[in-house]
Write a protein that binds this ligand. Sequence first.
Ligand code: AOS
Ligand code: ZN
Ligand code: ZN
Length: 388
Amino acid sequence: MSDVSAVKAALRSQVIETPSWGYGNSGTRFKVFAQPGVPRDPFEKLEDAAQVNAFTGVAPKVSLHIPWDKVEDYSALTRHAEDLGLRIGAINSNVFQDDDFKLGSVTHPDPKVRRKATDHLLECVDIMDETGSPDLKLWFSDGTNYPGQDDIAARQDRLAEALAEVYERLGDDQRMLLEYKLFEPAFYTTDVPDWGTAYAHCLNLGPNAQVVVDTGHHAPGTNIEFIVAFLLRAGKLGAFDFNSRFYADDDLMVGAADPFQLFRIMHEVVKNGGMKPETNVNFMLDQCHNIEAKIPAVIRSVANVQEATAKALLIDMDALSAAQQSGDVLAANGVLMDAYNTDVRPLLAEVRDEIGLARDPFAAYLASGNQERIAATRVGGEQAGWGA
Ligand code: AOS
Ligand code: ZN
Ligand code: ZN
């Protein structure tokens, strides 16, 4: 796509979903550094998400994590979101922070523990019904630490059984998004370690089960854009959890570690129909801002995704296709690099200007006084859930 108005329209329509836990305090197992002004409850997390949306114009959806965002009245939370111009996005289940889940949740050898884990997933579907959330996002920490600890194949059977029960409970317009992760907290086997395992389970479940690609969940050097192209071709790419990694699951700002990788991923998204509304790829962030200010970090992350998307949209697809057809390796690579090396910040500034937003959302937020206001009015903010 190189028609500028079509590029701008695509940039205006891309929705980037932000995570409630990105606004809370977080850290590593060594230390959580508390920050002034962080939200004290899920309602205030939504208020911070609304700031990101107000300055970027493309972040009207917020993922919740249960029970971190458990509230008495989900319709009140949903109304609050609507009043702020937001919608509730994916409901993330949490079957990794309970003592009962030491040996696994839905793959645990004890059926009573599996029941408890599956019941939590079903409770998350109830919350989807109450909030209008379209996506149930599942990540399992399940696995083993030592050879011989449990039966690898039996654990797959238990996983399949739990997923099937939850899939049955979903409404026609609700999706199951299954996330994979190479390792951690399990160190020997992980029950959903890679896209192939997630894909195989989703294929068995049916059309409303799709895979989540968390960009931080691969071995170093993994070609993530290949996975993206494969899953899109198969109709099985449901969502991204965007973030950056230097070492493992670092959850740093997307585009901070490797903006070229992000561009390559977005090229496959654009090329394989992933920007079309009917393909329904959910562009989510899954990040924790341990040492940097949270709202500005999320604003920068949204802009980083937009920049990679803009560059991917600017690729001259006719020239690329001609070079590929004629086997001109250097020309094909040159077409891609020309787009990557374009400074798209002025284009994005224009897109924002045209919808009445400040050209630089990061600077505009810092000048808005919101950061000082929340620091003065909110005392005793929440921990996101990690690094407790
Ligand atoms: C965990 O590593 C995953 O990325 C999950 O998406 C998790 O639920 C999320 O990071 C919230 O902490
Ligand atoms: Zn994730
Ligand atoms: Zn992760």
